[in-house]
Design a protein around this ligand. Structure first.
Ligand SMILES: Cc1ncc(COP(=O)(O)O)c(C=O)c1O
Length: 376
């Protein structure tokens, strides 16, 4: 689809591939790429490309490059982390997941219940932040995994993961902390030690690489049991011939990052004000000081979110009525429910990326204001 003139405000769902990455991939595709496992020149060339990308990703996580494992995306990375941690337990145990996790974490954790583990959800406050005391009271000696996402994809909450993870470790030294860093990787600090995490997960298509590539990083000394076999790629943890093009793209994306935080925050403010200029009672779901700079989710009082999304789409503006998965399933978002947002409150999510230009943002603001005024 020709997207000239489109205003794309749905970067939390996926991002446009950076032209520099597209260019590099297109050149690479026109060369004869070997299999990184082959020992001839073409294989060694591919292996080198994978090695360089691994080093770039490892730098963002501040881990040794041997601790980065490429996967098909963040969903697979979280599944590997959760199932691979559980597979190392000798007896059924206890798992805690924050109630605003992405379905990739919630659904994989739910699989553990079938294997006899107990899985509980950690409640959050009205901004989506976990209450430390509540978390502490839920931890048990047999808790072997706590999953807390860094930035929520639906409402943008930044979880104080570092502080909470330290609390977990103080109470239960052996418990692993899994952090879904999909929305923060390349934007906020995602160093393994800084977040006091054991396992970090990221995805390429949220930061201007194509979809179908992601990774997990393991802290030194942390290991997972493989959950399928088939080869010794990725140290046997993720067997299967490597997606060399995707890996190269993720390595470049990790280096290029997600853009200037202040510019993204200013852009979100402009968009939020545009909604407010049309709908006086519109409110952000999460207070700005507790939110990542690139996502703002706002209420649309008196309107149905689906109608707003469609009306804006007709005028060339792409926004979402929640996360991409929820908007398609048209279920009430579990994140809004966890934040205590009443069922009849409708919201739209506006999210920016490094390639959102100032002109695109101001055109978006004008179109949002006029479209919403027309719908009122
Ligand atoms: C916070 C979060 N975690 C996980 C995922 C899943 O990532 P992927 O599409 O790479 O499987 C997404 C993407 O929707 C996300 O936003």
């Amino acid at each position: 689809m020709d997207n000239k003139g489109l205003v794309y405000l749905d970067n939390a769902a996926t991002t446009q591939v950076d032209p520099r990455i597209a260019d590099a991939l297109s050149k690479l595709m026109q060369t004869h790429l070997g299999n990184p496992s082959s020992r001839h020149a073409l294989g060694l060339h591919a292996e080198r490309a994978v090695r360089n990308a691994r080093a770039a990703v490892a730098e963002r996580f501040a881990v040794d490059k041997s601790r980065v494992f490429f996967t098909s995306g963040a969903t697979e990375a979280s599944a590997l982390a959760i199932l691979g941690t559980a597979a190392k337990q000798r007896a059924p145990g206890h798992v805690l997941v924050s109630s605003t996790e992405h379905p990739s974490v919630l659904d994989s954790a739910a699989l553990l219940s079938k294997a006899g583990h107990e899985v509980e959800r950690i409640p959050v406050d009205q901004d989506g932040v976990i209450d430390a005391k509540r978390l502490e009271s839920m931890l048990r000696p047999e808790t072997f995994l706590v999953a807390m996402m860094h930035v929520n994809n639906e409402v943008g909450t930044v979880q104080p993961v570092g502080r909470l993870a330290l609390l977990v470790k103080r109470k239960n030294r052996r418990c692993r902390v899994l952090v879904d860093a999909v929305q923060s990787f390349g934007l906020l600090a995602t160093k393994m030690d800084g977040l006091s995490a054991d396992i970090l997960v990221a995805s390429g298509h949220k930061l201007h690489a194509p979809s179908g590539i992601g990774c997990l990083a393991l802290k030194r000394g942390v290991s997972l049991a493989p959950i399928w076999g088939g080869g010794d790629q990725e140290q046997g943890l993720r067997p299967g011939t490597e997606n060399v093009l995707g890996i190269v793209a993720l390595g470049m994306a990790a280096t290029l990052g997600r853009g200037d935080r202040q510019r993204l925050a200013d852009g979100c403010r402009v968009l939020q004000e545009a909604v407010r200029a049309a709908l006086r009672d519109s409110e952000p779901v999460v207070a700005s000081e507790r939110r990542a700079p690139h996502i703002v989710t706002v209420t649309v009082p008196g309107l149905r979110a689906e109608v707003v999304v469609n009306a804006l789409s007709e005028r060339g503006v792409c926004v979402s009525s929640g996360s991409a998965c929820h908007s398609r399933r048209s279920l009430r978002s579990h994140v809004l429910t966890a934040l205590g947002v009443a069922d009849d409150v409708e919201v739209i999510r506006l999210s920016l990326g490094r390639l959102s230009s100032d002109d695109e943002i101001s055109r978006g603001a004008e179109l949002i204001e006029s479209t919403l005024k027309g719908l009122r």
